[in-house]
Structure formats: C-alpha cells, structure tokens
Design a protein around this ligand. Structure first.
Ligand code: AMP
Length: 282
C-alpha cells in the first residue's frame, strides 16, 4: 500500500498517473474508516483507474474544539482497513502543516446562502473549513472525479458550488447513504456512542422514515411538529434541528411546490455525540 504524507511524493505519483493518461478518483475522508467510506471507495474503483483516499482530520472545519480533540484517529487501523479493500489504493495522510503551512485558516467563499442553514447555522465556519481543505486537496491530488456521501448532503451541495465558483476541473459524484442493518447511518462518531445510545440510535432513522410517510398528506410544518414532538420526551436524544428543505437550494420548505424535490434533515445529540442524517421525501 502506498502511503504519502508529504506534497513532493504525492505530486510525483500524481504526475506519473497523469502521464499514463489514467483517470484519478478521489475520496477525501477524516479517517476512522467504516463501511460508509468503503461504499465510496467502491464507486471510485468502478469509475476510475486509480483511487486516491485522503485521511486528514481538518482542524478548520471544527467549530467545537472538544469535537476536534475527541474525533477518533487511528491511522494504522485505517490502513489495515484499506489494505483489506484494495492494496492498490493510494493513501494521502498529510499533517496539518503540509496542507496549511503556518496559516491554519479558512478562505472566504460565497455559497449563496447554502451555508447559512442547518449545519451552517449550527456550526459557524464549518463549511468554509470544508471548502478550504478540499480546494487544497483537489490542487494536490488533481482528481478527475471526487466522491462524496449524501450522508453529508448539505456538504455535497456546497462542494458542487465550490467547484463552480473556483472553476475546478473535477466532477463531483454524490453517493447514497450507507446504513447499519438497524437503519443507523454509518458514521465515525458512532464508535463514541454508549451501548445504550447505540442500541437506541435507530430511532433517528425511524423518525425520518415516519416523516417521509407523513410528507404526502401533511404540510411541512405539521411534519416538523410531529418530529419535534417525537424527540421532546425522548430520554436519550436531544434534537438540535429537524428541517424540510428544497433538495437543491436547501431553502426551508414552508410550502410544497409541484416538480420540486424535498429532503428532511436532522441533527441530534446523544449525550455529547452529535449525529446527523437525512432522507429524500419525494
Ligand atoms: P468523513 O470521514 O466523515 O469526513 O466522511 C468522508 C466522506 O464519507 C464524506 O463524503 C461523507 O459524506 C462520506 N460518508 C460518511 N459516512 C457515510 C455513510 N454512512 N454513507 C455514505 N457516505 C458516507
């Protein structure tokens, strides 16, 4: 398995791949790899000649220092996981200085409101951090295609906008959410759940499914009230937000319009572990 930690080495490898005319598929991650990530590697493998996976816990996208500190990190376990999937995968696991130099700061972007709702509203600066690291990573890895999960649906929309804004020569591919058998969306944060919270966590997806079932016949505010009520008395989960939004503009859907697609988005705390999920409603 080829693991690169510094720019000159990965740049030489990328130049060599480009010289051969091979197509690079890129999957950026923050490590603590799981089957959700593996589903993206699979899409990349099927659509590209060479797969590059980055493992980098990006400090600028954490609005909460404690979340950054407790984010699970185990590079050896991640490399073993990747080796088991395909030893041909190229891994880029840089340190913070390799990406940011001495200036660990986000750049400014105009995401035309996509970043002012939901995750953007509750995690100030989060998407600037995400966009900044991706701009740098795209410059280094020079992918033809880059694969992102719909698990972070708002992030996916923002990355598409970033690529337009910066005219980056990469195609962004969205991939479906991978779930545990009980419905809980796979996430690196799940390993921090207590046994009790883990057992109860399918409640989040179950509530999203109920919202979807209600969506046809009820108004969006009725569906939102239903979900808020489900969480109100729950002993284990605290709802941060539940929102029904237009699937492309992410604008809050106060009414349903014909020929528009809608999605429901949720963020909830299990103790101090913040979980997010979302579902297509129509
Ligand atoms: P992360 O390591 O959490 O930054 O995630 C890296 C990529 O994996 C992002 O594009 C995520 O959206 C994607 N991802 C994380 N969890 C899942 C999942 N359960 N299903 C599909 N994609 C996922």
């Amino acid at each position: 398995m080829h693991v690169y930690t510094h720019r000159p080495q990965i740049s030489a490898a990328v130049a060599n791949i480009k010289k051969k005319g091979l197509k690079i598929g890129f999957v950026p991650t923050m490590g603590a790899l799981h089957r959700g990530h593996a589903s993206l590697f699979d899409f990349a493998q099927k659509n590209c000649d060479v797969v590059v996976v980055s493992i980098f816990v990006n400090p600028t996208q954490f609005n909460n220092p404690q979340d950054l500190e407790t984010y699970p990190r185990d590079l050896q376990a991640d490399l073993a996981f990747l080796e088991g999937i395909n030893p041909e995968i190229l891994v880029f696991a840089p340190g913070t200085t390799t990406i940011y130099g001495a200036n660990v700061k986000s750049l400014d972007f105009d995401f035309a409101g996509l970043d002012s709702v939901m995750e953007g509203a509750f995690r100030p600066g989060h998407f600037e951090g995400v966009a900044t690291v991706l701009k740098y990573l795209f410059e280094i890895v020079q992918p033809d295609l880059a694969f992102f999960g719909e698990k972070d649906y708002q992030q996916l929309q923002i990355i598409k906008r970033l690529v337009e804004l910066e005219k980056l020569p990469v195609e962004i591919i969205g991939c479906p959410i991978s779930r545990h058998e009980d419905g809980l969306a796979e996430s690196s944060r799940n390993q921090r759940l207590s046994k009790q919270h883990r057992e109860a966590a399918p409640f989040i997806y179950k509530t999203l499914m109920q919202a979807k079932a209600l969506f046809n016949d009820k108004s969006t505010s009725e569906v939102e009230a239903f979900v808020e009520n489900e969480f109100k008395d729950h002993a284990l989960f605290n709802l941060e937000y539940f929102e029904i939004a237009n699937a492309s503009s992410l604008a809050h859907a106060s009414e349903k319009k014909e020929n528009e697609h809608y999605r429901a988005f949720i963020a909830a705390f299990a103790d101090d572990v913040r979980l997010i999920d979302n579902i297509a409603l129509n």
